[in-house]
Design a protein around this ligand. Structure first.
Ligand SMILES: Nc1ncnc2c1ncn2[C@@H]1O[C@H](COP(=O)(O)OP(=O)(O)O)[C@@H](O)[C@H]1O
Ligand SMILES: [Mg+2]
Length: 233
């Protein structure tokens, strides 16, 4: 479904992504691991069209989408929950959700307003509140809810549990598992590598902008040498 080939991305003179290639099959979950500053967010931003890659290709369902802007990537079925939460602080919870609503690329409307609220009951009690009045956990749920309202084929989660209380973190992982069961593919970045490996089929490790490991998540979870070497755990 997604194929990234030889991506190079710079911020000014800094060469951040150095020939990154990876693929993601429909219906599967891919973990993206690597220490802080290794290029995970840059890879996602390059893929989504927020940052222009200097070279390399991105293919989506067989079509070349290299350099496509974020709006086009979203319309093509890529849902994105950015690091630091992408909600509209001045709009209410209800408005944030309703304005994101869209059928999937194949016309599916599996994720409706009602279903998102059923998934995140906390949001139901906050419908009239502004985005900025929500707790960190509620903002994160709203951000995930917004992405689901677009009925994506692929949901990209960048540090979705960062800075949240343990109970909220557990709730978010439960939701990620239930989203996966509905057939949506996922690309997951999270500091908790154990959780990432437990919730994905395959994982890749980024080290200074290069992929140094690409394999089955279950196998990597048992590979203590690799985990120590690449993640410092
Ligand atoms: N907007 C930016 N301008 C310049 N350098 C950046 C910018 N964003 C990130 N970087 C640098 O790019 C590298 C990769 O960052 P990032 O992709 O955010 O890593 P990760 O998500 O793996 O923590 C880091 O060295 C970071 O300092
Ligand atoms: Mg990051």
């Amino acid at each position: 479904m997604l194929a990234i080939d030889g991506l190079n991305t710079y911020y000014g003179d800094s060469h951040i992504l150095r020939g990154v290639s990876l693929s993601l099959a429909k219906g599967t979950a891919l973990g993206l691991l690597g220490r802080n500053g290794m290029g995970k967010t840059t890879l996602i931003r390059s893929l989504m069209g927020y940052v222009r890659a200097a070279s390399g290709k991105v293919a989506w369902n067989g079509a070349d989408v290299t350099g496509a802007p974020p709006e086009r990537m979203a319309r093509l079925g890529l849902g994105y929950v950015p690091e630091g939460r992408g909600i509209f602080p001045n709009l209410s919870v209800r408005e944030n959700l309703v304005m994101a609503a869209r059928a999937g690329t194949d016309g599916r409307r599996d994720w409706t307003y009602e279903r998102v609220l059923a998934t995140f009951p906390r949001l139901t009690e906050r419908l009239g509140h502004g985005g900025q009045q929500l707790s960190g956990g509620e903002q994160q749920m709203l951000s995930i809810g917004r992405a689901l309202m677009t009925n994506p084929q692929l949901l990209i989660l960048d540090e979705a549990t960062e800075g949240l209380a343990p109970l909220i973190v557990a709730e978010i992982w439960r939701v990620i598992a239930s989203i996966r069961e509905t057939g949506i593919s996922t690309l997951i970045v999270d500091r908790d590598y154990r959780k990432v490996l437990a919730h994905t089929d395959r994982a890749v490790v980024l080290e200074k902008g290069q992929i140094v490991l690409d394999g089955e998540s279950a196998a990597l979870a048992r590979d203590h040498d690799a985990l120590t070497r690449w993640l410092g755990v």
